[in-house]
Write a protein that binds this ligand. Sequence first.
Ligand code: IMP
Length: 351
Amino acid sequence: MNNQYNTTAIVGAQWGDEGKGKVIDILSGTSDMVVRSQGGNNAGHTVVVGDKVHKLHLVPSGILYKGCQCVIGAGTVIDPKSLLQEMDSLAQNGLSFENLHIDARAHIVFPYHILLDGISESQKGDQMIGTTKKGIGPCYMDKAERIGLRMQDTLDLEKFKSKLKAVISHKNKILKDIYHTDTVDFYRIFDEYAEYVQKLKPYIKDTSLLVYEAIKAGKKVLFEGAQGTLLDINFGTYPFVTSSHPITGGVATGAGIGPTMITECLGIAKAYTTRVGMGPFPTELLDEIGEKIQTVGKEVGTTTGRARRCGWLDAVILRYSVRINGLTALCVNKLDTLTGIPKLKICTAYK
Ligand code: IMP
């Protein structure tokens, strides 16, 4: 029996960049709350409203609508510098943040994560993942190792200072002794981050409770997925994946609600397939049709500016996505990009 809640989880059914932003933006306009439950500023989409261009990376799309509560949940990783830049640019467009809430449990991305992301990629050679180099993987590594710093650690600056000092001393050993590279300066990072976290302090709270209460009160709650199913660290094309759970299961753990509180699971796909970064891509087109799709579909990464690899629609991965996410609906975008291609192909099985 279906539950009684007015909730929808939106996930990418392919390798990300399926046009989730557009769908989420449309649905945000009639939602009471929009929640990000995983990932960080590796995601990104642009929303154009009138003559205003809004660039979103971590702030939920609901911020564009007055009265919509916006939650950055516990399963996300937050680069405070990047988040504040994003908020500044949104503020310049006249937006305000009284409805923004950041979970106290969300982990913080530091400069050493970004540094280590780059070093680790450069050492992998042809096994390189092609990450966004935003420090996402190394931040989730610290979370799993249980040495990460969380938003709530910043509420007492003295405690924050001593925790950060211990972690940086550990990271510097790795940078110096393993990677034989320059170390990072604790005082510089602390001073910089102490300023950022002061600015973010008013937004830090227990958002899992806020989401629960909103759902219980019958509010319309949207869970805004980032990346895509095939980038999930468990069910994606490992190791060519991101370090979080961009599937509907990740909504429960990332937002901190029970799975029975999610009513609809909407998967977003494109009428063809794209992927940025390395890793398997069975229907990839390395010919002029692939180039045409890339050009007509403007398939360039919002966050990194990289050209996306393009290929035919892959029904095998879509069926997989339906299963992994328990999809109740599918939205197919960008059919018009294929206009003029005389014969369209759909992959229905692998050999
Ligand atoms: P990371 O998330 O930066 O560690 O990157 C890991 C993989 O996920 C790489 O292949 C990235 O290109 C891909 N990725 C991360 N975020 C996005 C996204 O928002 N859209 C599409 N691919 C992404």
